[in-house]
Design a protein around this ligand. Structure first.
Ligand SMILES: *Cc1c(COP(=O)(O)O)cnc(C)c1O
Length: 387
C-alpha cells in the first residue's frame, strides 16, 4: 500500500530526511497495527558518535530510563556503550545482555535496598548520593564503593526540570563528601543535572562554577576528587532547531579545561539525545469531532500510553497522512484515545485534515514516551521496532 504523507520542509530541518524516508518505506511494505515506535538504528549510531566527541577524557553512559527497550540496549551494548541505571528492573535487562559491571553506573541519589543488593552482587562500583542516609545504606551494602555527590544546580533553561527533587547546596555537599569518607566509602567526584531538554548553555556554566567551588572545599578537607559527572540534558529538535551537542560540548570542554585539573575524568549521561530524535511514533486517527468551536482530533497514542511529556510542555511535530491534498490547514485540539479528560496532547495544532484510519507520525518521540507509558483504559503501549 502506498501512502501519501504531507511532508513539509520544516520536518526535514528538524530530523534527518533519511529517518523519515526509512519510515515511509517501511509503511509502504508492511501492514502494521498502530501504535508503534519506529527507531532508526543508523541515527542512534550517529548520535552516539557525536556525544562525548568534544569533551576530553570523557566516557558516555546511556541513561536507560529514556528508552529501556531490550533491542536498543542490545544494540548499544554491541557498540560498547556505558549505561546509567536506577533500579533492579533496569539492571535485570542489562544482566540478560551480560553487560560488564565496569560499564554501569547509578546516578539516582536515592536507591532502594533491593537495587543495592543486586548492584553489589553484580559488581557495580559507581553511585551518586545526596544524603547521609544514602551513605549509611551504601556503606552497609556496598562497602568501599566509589561515590559522587549530587549538587543542586539551576534548571531554568530546561524544559523538564529535575533539580527540585535531587541535589544539595555547597555546604551540605561538602559535609556529605567528608561523611562518606568517614564511613569508609570512596568519595571520587561531583555530579549535577542541568535539567532535561536543556537549551540554555548558561546552565552548564553555572553548574561547573558551582562544582569548582565544591571541588576546592573538598580539597581543603583533604579529599582529592578525580571525577566530574555532568549528567544528561542534551536537547533534541522537537518543533525548532535547538543548540547543537557540538556547541554545548565545545563550551563545556573549555570551561572544564579552564577550571579543573587537566586529568579530571568526565562522565556524561545522555538519555534523550541518544534515542529521542531517532524515534518516530506511528499512530492512527481514530476519531474527529467538532464541539464548542473546537476541532478535535483523536489518535491512538495519548498522554497515558506514550505522550506523557506533553503534560510537562513538550510539543511535537507531526506528519499527517492525507489524501485530500488541501493546502488548507485546521487548528486541532489533539487528544489521546482514553476516556480521561487529562488525555489532551496539545491545543491549536495546525495540521491538514486526515481521514479516520489515516496515520499521523510524531517526530522526535524516541525518548520518555514508551518508557513512561501505561495501558490505562486498555490502550496498548506502542511496541518499539528498531531498524
Ligand atoms: C534522567 C537522567 C539522565 C538523562 O537525562 P537526559 O535529559 O535524558 O539526557 C541522566 N542522569 C540522571 C541522573 C538522570 O536522572
Amino acid at each position: 500500500m502506498v501512502r501519501t504523507f504531507k511532508l513539509e520542509k520544516f520536518h526535514a530541518s528538524l530530523i534527518p530526511e533519511s529517518t523519515i524516508f526509512k519510515v515511509f518505506r517501511y509503511l509502504d511494505k508492511e501492514i502494521i497495527e498502530t501504535p508503534f515506535l519506529f527507531l532508526d538504528k543508523e541515527r542512534v549510531k550517529e548520535k552516539i558518535s557525536l556525544i562525548g566527541r568534544f569533551i576530553k577524557n570523557s566516557k558516555v553512559f546511556y541513561a536507560v530510563k529514556a528508552n529501556p527497550d531490550i533491542e536498543i540496549l542490545r544494540f548499544l551494548n554491541g557498540l560498547k556503550m556505558g549505561f546509567e541505571i536506577s533500579s533492579e528492573g533496569e539492571l535485570e535487562i542489562l544482566s540478560t545482555l551480560s553487560v560488564e559491571p565496569s560499564r554501569i553506573i547509578s546516578s539516582n541519589p536515592v536507591k532502594s535496598l533491593k537495587f543495592l543488593k543486586f548492584a553489589a552482587s553484580y559488581g557495580i562500583n559507581y553511585f551518586s548520593y545526596d544524603s547521609s542516609d544514602e551513605v549509611d545504606k551504601l556503606s552497609e551494602y556496598i562497602p568501599n564503593c566509589n561515590v559522587y555527590i549530587r549538587l543542586s544546580v539551576p534548571n531554568e533553561g530546561s524544559e523538564w526540570p529535575l533539580s527540585r527533587k535531587f541535589g544539595v547546596e555547597l555546604d551540605t555537599a561538602s559535609a556529605l563528601l567528608s561523611y562518606a569518607r568517614e564511613k569508609s566509602l570512596n568519595p571520587v567526584g561531583i555530579t549535577f543535572h542541568v535539567g532535561s531538554q536543556c537549551t540554555n548553555i548558561y546552565n552548564w556554566h553555572i553548574a561547573l562554577d558551582k562544582a569548582r567551588i565544591l571541588w576546592d572545599k573538598a580539597e581543603k578537607n583533604g579529599i582529592k576528587l578525580r571525577l566530574l559527572n555532568i549528567g544528561g540534558g542534551y536537547p533534541i529538535n522537537y518543533t525548532k532547531n535547538v543548540i547543537t551537542i557540538e556547541t554545548i560540548e565545545k563550551n563545556v570542554n573549555s570551561l572544564i579545561y579552564n577550571k579543573f585539573p587537566k586529568d579530571v575524568e568526565i562522565h556524561i549521561e545522555p538519555g534523550r539525545a541518544v534515542v529521542g530524535d531517532a524515534g518516530i511514533l506511528v499512530t492512527s486517527v481514530i476519531g474527529k469531532a467538532r464541539r464548542s468551536d473546537e476541532d478535535w482530533l483523536y489518535i491512538d497514542v495519548g498522554v497515558f500510553n506514550g505522550l506523557m511529556e506533553s503534560v510537562g510542555g513538550i510539543k511535537y511535530s507531526y506528519i499527517v497522512e492525507s489524501y485530500k491534498h488541501t493546502k488548507h490547514k485546521k487548528r486541532w485540539t489533539l487528544a489521546g484515545p482514553s476516556c480521561d479528560s487529562f488525555d489532551v496532547i496539545d491545543r491549536n495544532v495546525s495540521l491538514p485534515e486526515p481521514d479516520i484510519s489515516n496515520l499521523i507520525l510524531i517526530l522526535s518521540s524516541g525518548a520518555y514516551t514508551v518508557s513512561y507509558a501505561s495501558e490505562f483504559n486498555g490502550f496498548s503501549i506502542p511496541k518499539t521496532i528498531l531498524i
